[in-house]
Ligand binder design. Structure first.
Ligand code: ARG
Length: 491
C-alpha cells in the first residue's frame, strides 16, 4: 500500500494491529478496520502523552499511599512510567492490544512490570483519565498563549513610547473623526490584548480542576484520596460531581471563545495594517519580511501575512462553533462524541498561538510614515469638535448651537477652499451672524490651537485621552500590569 496521507498511515496501522486486550471479554468479534480507523483518537492522543504519564503517576502514587495496591508493585509501575517519560512517545508500541494512548501506556508498563501493571487501572477509567489529561495539557497551552500576549503588549509599549507625539487621524465609520496619536491608537490595541489575557486567566481557574477519581462516571468504592491527586497534579481543587467530572467540556468551549476573542483583536490589527499600507492611506510600510510580491506585476508589495493571519482567525471561530455544536446534544455522562472535541481545541490553540506570534512580529517591524499621519490629521476639519468646545467654554453657548455654527463654518470653508489654519475670529463671527447668532469674538490663537492637530491632541488631557501626558500614564499603568503578570507567570 502506498501511503498518501496520515489517514492511510493510520489505516495501515489499524489493519496490522490493535484491539484485542479489552475486547477479549465482552466482545467476540473485532471491529472492522474501517470502524476502528473512523473512531480512533490515536492521531491526536500524541499531544496528551506527557499528561497521561503524569496522570497515571499521580493515580498510582495515590493508590499506593491509600494502601489500595501493593507498595512494591506501585513502585515498579512508577519506575516504568518514569522510564517511558524519558524515552518519549516513540517508545510506545502500537501492537494488537492498543486502541488509544491510554492503553499504549498501560501496555508499555505491563511489558516492564508484568501483568501486575494492571493494578494501575484500579479505580480509574479512561473517561476520567482523558478528562484529566486534557486539563493538564490545556493549562500549559493557556499559559503559553498568555505569555505570548504579555510579550506582545511589551513590544507595543516600546513602540507607543516612541510615538506619543506622532499625531494621526482617528476614524469613525472609516471617515476622519478626530486627531489622536499613534501611541494612543497602539495603546487601544494593548488594552484589548490585556482583556484577552485576563479572560484566559479567568478561564484557567475553571480548567485547573481535577476530574480524576470520577472513574467511569460514578466514582469507585475504593477509598481513593482525591485531595492527594489534586495536589500531586497541581490542580486548585477537584470537581465535586463525578458525572460532571467525566463529561464537562464547557471549559474547552470557554477557552476557545477566549481564543476567538484574542484572534478578533489580532485580526483587527491585521485589517488596519492592510488598509494603512495602501497608497490611499500611506500610513505604514510593511517590512519586506512580511510582504509578498506579484508574479506578474513587478511593482507590487502585498501584505500577504496580514491577510492570511486575518483569515486564519476564522478557523478559531469555526472550531468554537464545532465544539459548541457537539456539546449541545450530549446527554450525561461520557459519550464518545466528546473525543471529537479535543482535536478542535488543540487546533484552535495552535492557530491562535501562531497568529499571535506572527502578528506581534509583523506589527513591530512596520515603518510608520509620520509625515503622512500628520497630513491626514490636519485635513478634513477633524479638529472641528474642539472649535465647538471652545465656544461652549469661552462663551457659554449650548453645545448644539456651537455644533451648528462650526458645521456651517466647515461647510463654507470646504466650498471656498479655505484651510483649517486660515479660520480666524472674523470668519467664525461672520458665520455666527449669518445663522442669526451674536458675534463670539473668539481669540485667533485659541481658534488656531483648537484647529491645529498637534495642539488639539494636547488639550484632550483627561484620563483615557490622547494627550502625550495621558498616554504616558496609560503606558505606566500597563507596565505595572505587565510586571505583576510576568511575575505571576514566573518570568
Ligand atoms: N479517546 C477517548 C476520548 O478522547 C478516551 C476515552 C475513551 N473512553 C471510552 N469509554 N471509550 O474521549
Amino acid at each position: 500500500m502506498k501511503l498518501k496521507n496520515s489517514y492511510d498511515y493510520f489505516y495501515l496501522l489499524f489493519n496490522e494491529l490493535i484491539r484485542v486486550k479489552i475486547r477479549t471479554g465482552r466482545l467476540e468479534k473485532e471491529m472492522t478496520d474501517e470502524a476502528a480507523v473512523y473512531t480512533s483518537s490515536l492521531e491526536f492522543d500524541r499531544f496528551i502523552f506527557d499528561a497521561d504519564i503524569q496522570c497515571n503517576y499521580a493515580h498510582t502514587s495515590m493508590l499506593k499511599a491509600q494502601g489500595i495496591i501493593d507498595g512494591e508493585i506501585a513502585d515498579k509501575i512508577l519506575e516504568a512510567l518514569d522510564k517511558l517519560s524519558d524515552e518519549g512517545f516513540d517508545a510506545l508500541e502500537f501492537d494488537h492490544s492498543v486502541e488509544d494512548v491510554h492503553m499504549a501506556v498501560e501496555n508499555y508498563v505491563t511489558k516492564l512490570v508484568g501483568p501486575e501493571a494492571g493494578f494501575m487501572h484500579t479505580a480509574k477509567s479512561r473517561n476520567d483519565q482523558v478528562a484529566t489529561d486534557i486539563r493538564l495539557l490545556l493549562r500549559d497551552r493557556i499559559t503559553e498563549i498568555q505569555i505570548g500576549i504579555l510579550e506582545f503588549i511589551e513590544g507595543i509599549l516600546e513602540l507607543a513610547k516612541e510615538h506619543k507625539e506622532t499625531v494621526m487621524i482617528g476614524y469613525t465609520h472609516l471617515q476622519h473623526a478626530q486627531p489622536v496619536t499613534l501611541a494612543h491608537h497602539l495603546m487601544a490595541h494593548a488594552q484589548a490584548l490585556k482583556r484577552d489575557y485576563q479572560r484566559l486567566d479567568d478561564t484557567y481557574k475553571r480548567v485547573n480542576l481535577n476530574p480524576l477519581g470520577s472513574a467511569a462516571m460514578a466514582t469507585t468504592s475504593f477509598p481513593i484520596d482525591r485531595e492527594l491527586t489534586t495536589q500531586l497534579l497541581g490542580f486548585d481543587d477537584y470537581l465535586e460531581n463525578s458525572m460532571d467530572g467525566v463529561s464537562s467540556r464547557d471549559h474547552i468551549a470557554e477557552t476557545v471563545f477566549d481564543l476567538s476573542a484574542l484572534c478578533t483583536t489580532l485580526s483587527k490589527i491585521c485589517e488596519e495594517l492592510v488598509l494603512w499600507s495602501t497608497y490611499e492611506f500611506g500610513i505604514v510600510s510593511m517590512a519586506d519580511e512580511y510582504s509578498s510580491t506579484s508574479s506578474i506585476m513587478p511593482q507590487k508589495k502585498n501584505p500577504d501575512v496580514a491577510e492570511v493571519a486575518r483569515s486564519k482567525c476564522a478557523i478559531v471561530n469555526g472550531e468554537l462553533v464545532t465544539i459548541l455544536t457537539i456539546l449541545k446534544a450530549i446527554p450525561y455522562t461520557y459519550n464518545r462524541d466528546l473525543q471529537e472535541i479535543t482535536p478542535h481545541l488543540w487546533n484552535a490553540c495552535d492557530v491562535a498561538y501562531d497568529t499571535l506570534k506572527i502578528v506581534n512580529h509583523m506589527l513591530l517591524t512596520v515603518t510608520f510614515n509620520t509625515e503622512r499621519c500628520l497630513e491626514l490629521a490636519g485635513a478634513n476639519f477633524a479638529t472641528a469638535t474642539d472649535l465647538a468646545d471652545i465656544m461652549v467654554r469661552e462663551r457659554k453657548i449650548p453645545f448644539r448651537t456651537a455644533h451648528k455654527i462650526v458645521g456651517r463654518i466647515v461647510n463654507e470653508a470646504v466650498a471656498e477652499g479655505v484651510n483649517p489654519s486660515e479660520i480666524d475670529g472674523v470668519y467664525v463671527d461672520n458665520v455666527a451672524e449669518e445663522l442669526g447668532f451674536e458675534k463670539l469674538g473668539l481669540d485667533d490663537e485659541l481658534i488656531h490651537n483648537a484647529l491645529n492637530p498637534i495642539e488639539n491632541v494636547k488639550i484632550r488631557n483627561v484620563p483615557g485621552g490622547p494627550s502625550p501626558e495621558m498616554v504616558q500614564l496609560a503606558i505606566d499603568n500597563m507596565n505595572i500590569f505587565l510586571d505583576n503578570e510576568f511575575e505571576k507567570q514566573g518570568i
